[in-house]
Design a protein around this ligand. Structure first.
Ligand code: GLV
Ligand code: MN
Ligand code: MN
Length: 469
């Protein structure tokens, strides 16, 4: 149970809770007792509040999701929206447009994290923030991240329609490049907001696979950066009193168990690696097998070693993926002279994840020696610790789910999210909703309007509760 709000806000909140309970068609004694406890006096029966219901505009939300999905570099139903491309810029414009329509104060930082702020009655207090991302990996779906941005804006709209008055300001954040697609850096915007100096340094020189620098790409999207500006993205640790991210589960548990809400207690530890092998290459017909040092086969052998080391951990929670494997020169009649792998390794146990990375490193060295190829790069791009949700946010999310009469399950996020980094600068929590068969990062990704509406309501009530604290 969250701490009690002050006397003035109690009345508003009581009315607000009455609206919610009426909308949830829930007159059970427990919810009623909670409302009374919150308000400090008996709840009346008239159900009159600032608005007659607590209704999510599901049609409007779905329309916005479909419109946003049309800004894509691959054909529907897939979505491809990569950092600082024209489609990304169009999506940014679209999100800022909705923020403006809602009367939010819109601000962008140097790398294009976008903030829409609803000023509370005590704007000097740390704000309650929510948000997610709208960039989409190649050939993915339209719900990953998007539900946490457009859904958050609908939550704000819902609170406004309910005549809720925030004490702490409420803020919706659209993070820049949660996906690592273009520069190989995941959660780029939130990682920088968390004040990671090495990232600020590496952004000065990082290039994409077309050799376009981060700084040039940012400028082409309208973010002309001086090098010092990167530090201006760092957040002060008292800026937010809470951060909550709404997201599709990206796994099958909620759907399978028929539970509408997941309350995330921790986010698994992700890591990513880049590996390069180099050999002599040569003619596919003329160079006999004993004379070869094939960089492609070294990569293939390492890919299998990744699977072996992950399975050796003995835990179902250890996962590893070789998502990128490139061969040079890429001709059927040429022995690969160069190979490039990008490897993703995750676990809820950081040490176990690190042990797997160490084994991959040893395998890469052995393979290089046995095959006579050079291991020209073995680079750990990120090796992030897991993050824990904060009890205050978890309590508020549980309170909201109970008020709304929605069953919930506490769970771990196996995917990473901007919340992993927001947890470093703010108490953090995440709300999951079911998605079809747990599909994500593919075009079949789907969340039902009803599940999204439930998530939006839990988010709105969680923010309202935390805003009054
Ligand atoms: C996020 O997109 C992830 O890969 O977990
Ligand atoms: Mn994703
Ligand atoms: Mn996501």
């Amino acid at each position: 149970m969250p701490s009690k709000p002050n006397a003035a806000s109690r009345l508003v909140f009581l009315a607000f809770l009455l609206v919610i309970s009426a909308a949830a068609a829930n007159d059970d004694a427990a919810a009623r007792r909670t409302m009374e406890q919150f308000a400090g006096f008996p709840a009346s029966d008239d159900g009159e509040g600032p608005s007659s219901d607590f209704h999510v505009d599901s049609e409007g939300l779905q329309r916005q999701i479909d419109e946003l999905a049309s800004f894509s570099d691959s054909p529907a139903p897939s979505v491809t929206r990569v950092l600082y491309t024209d489609k990304d810029v169009q999506a940014r414009r679209y999100i800022k447009g909705i923020m403006n329509q809602l009367g939010l104060v819109v601000r962008e930082d140097a790398v294009g994290n976008i903030f829409g702020r609803w000023e509370g009655s005590e704007p000097g207090l740390g704000a309650v923030a929510t948000g997610s991302h709208v960039d989409a990996i190649p050939f993915s779906g339209k719900f990953d991240g998007v539900v946490g941005v457009l859904g958050a804006l609908e939550a704000i709209s819902l609170l406004k329609r309910s005549a809720f008055l925030p004490k702490r300001s409420l803020e919706v954040i659209m993070f820049t490049s949660e996906e690592p697609t273009r520069f190989g850096i995941s959660c780029l915007g939130s990682r920088l907001m968390a004040g990671i100096e090495e990232l600020a340094q590496s952004l000065r020189k990082v290039v994409d696979n077309q050799n376009v620098s981060f700084l040039d790409a940012a400028e082409s999207a309208g973010y002309k950066l001086n090098l010092e500006d990167l530090h201006s993205v760092f957040l002060k640790t008292d800026k937010y009193s809470a951060f909550i991210e709404l997201h599709i589960e990206q796994g099958p548990i909620l759907e399978k168990e028929g539970i509408p809400i997941g309350i995330v207690t921790a986010i698994a530890a992700p890591a990513s690696l880049k590996v390069d092998f180099e050999g002599n290459g040569g003619h596919a017909g003329a160079v006999l097998m004993p004379a070869r040092n094939d960089a492609g086969l070294a990569a293939a052998e390492l890919a299998l070693a990744v699977e072996k080391h992950v399975l050796e951990s003995g835990s179902i929670d250890t996962v590893g993926t070789v998502g990128i494997l490139q061969l040079h020169p890429g001709a059927i009649n040429s022995i690969p002279s160069k190979s490039h792998l990008e490897i993703d390794v995750r676990d809820i146990d950081e040490k176990r994840r690190n042990d797997v990375i160490e084994k991959i490193r040893q395998s890469a060295a052995h393979i290089s020696k046995n095959r006579g190829v050079e291991l020209s790069e073995f680079k750990i791009i990120n090796q992030d610790p897991p993050a824990l949700s904060d009890k205050s946010v978890v309590d508020a999310m549980e309170f909201a789910a109970k008020q709304l009469n929605l069953a919930y399950k506490k769970m771990i996020s196996r995917a990473y999210h901007d919340s992993l980094f927001m947890a470093r600068v703010s108490p953090m929590g995440m709300i999951f909703i079911p998605c079809y068969k747990g599909y994500s990062h593919k075009p079949e990704e789907y969340a039902s309007p009803e599940d999204m509406a439930n998530g939006v309501k839990v988010l709105a009530l969680t923010m309202a509760t935390l805003s009054l604290e």
